[in-house]
Design a protein around this ligand. Structure first.
Ligand code: ASP
Length: 334
């Protein structure tokens, strides 16, 4: 499917956030004629990888790891690393759009089959935030490291610091600075925060999430992506979920944990994602028309689901030799 890019200015009433590269779509157009593919997969063929957005190279890498007998944790880490190294993706890793002061700051987390997890927030100058998160999980007694401490920890583990602000992202930031309007640019792309879930040949589940967060955000802002339970949650007895979109809204509903708990109660991944979106849009005074949130989920059986507030969210799924982008069903069909 061709890469789509729609950019639309709009205000994010009440949120006061600059939303740049993040998936935000304020679709007023009727979507009745659009083909929606609710993803309820009844196959149970492992291994399996799903990821937010159109990231076939990342899911290919993850599947290579799984097919070579690797575990789900290695798969999600290496899959996410593909996009972190991809300078063209302006929402993850190197080349990510900066905050409004020009700093590229990364957030990431990872979670394994045993419920262990690690995260980094406000990480500067290190491309592979997901790998630093894994080191936090495996080599420290902690769950999360932030800022300079996270960077120094990464360097102590052999990560090479480098400038993450590419010419393209610098140019975009300089153009933004002309007006410096602290209001969102509502856009949608086929690429954004990368959240990935995998089930390996043993049937074990792991997940990871990595992002540069909202473009032109306030310095110091951290979203949902590195927050266990919000941007990512895995329970190996039940399934996993990852989120993308306006992180503040995901955090307020502890979205990924909610999806996994709904699956534990018997909902399919699709039903669980729909219910979690409904918790956001049905809040009193929700201004959901001005922001996007999307979830993808997988259960222990290898069934998957995805759902978003607005159209054009998608997931990439690699299962049974097929690596495909699947458009998500969505709430706002008015
Ligand atoms: N969820 C990310 C954040 O709020 C951004 C995104 O997914 O686009 O930082």
């Amino acid at each position: 499917m061709n890469r789509r890019k729609f950019i639309k200015n709009a205000s994010l009433t009440g949120a006061g956030l600059a939303v740049g590269s993040t998936l935000i779509h304020c679709a007023e157009a009727t979507s009745k004629n659009e083909e929606n593919t609710a993803v309820v997969d009844t196959k149970n063929n492992l291994p399996l990888v799903i990821a937010t957005w159109h990231v076939e190279n990342a899911t290919t890498k993850a599947m290579e790891v799984l097919e070579a007998g690797g575990n789900a944790l290695d798969a999600v880490e290496q899959g996410c690393m593909v996009e972190e190294a991809n300078e063209k993706g302006q929402s993850v890793g190197k080349g990510g759009l900066p905050d409004r002061d020009g700093n590229v700051t990364l957030d990431a987390c990872i979670m394994d089959k045993n419920g262990n997890c690690g995260a980094v927030v406000y990480l500067k100058d290190i491309t592979h935030a997901v790998s630093v998160a894994r080191k936090v999980m495996e080599d420290t007694p902690h769950v999360m490291l932030a800022g300079e401490g996270a960077k120094q920890f990464a360097i102590s583990k052999g990560f090479e610091p480098e400038d993450l602000l590419t010419e393209a992202s610098k140019k975009a930031w300089e153009e933004w600075k002309v007006k410096s309007e602290y209001k969102p640019i509502i856009n949608i792309e086929n690429h954004d925060t990368i959240g990935m879930l995998a089930i390996d040949n043993n049937g074990d589940i792991s997940g990871a999430c990595t992002t540069s967060g909202l473009a032109y955000k306030l310095a110091g802002r951290v979203g949902d992506s590195p927050i266990i339970g919000s941007g990512l949650f895995v329970d190996n007895e039940v399934g996993g979920c990852v989120a993308t979109g306006l992180g503040e809204e995901v955090v307020k509903t502890v979205g990924s944990f909610l999806v996994v708990e709904l699956m534990r109660q018997g909902k399919t991944p699709q039903e669980a994602c729909e219910e979690a979106i409904s918790r956001i849009v049905k809040k009193p005074n929700s201004n959901y028309k001005a922001f996007q949130v999307g979830y993808i989920a997988v259960n222990k059986k290898g069934e998957t689901g995805s759902f978003s507030i607005h159209q054009w969210f998608s997931m990439t799924k690699f299962q049974n030799g097929v690596n495909e982008q699947i458009q998500s069903d969505y709430f706002n069909k008015a």
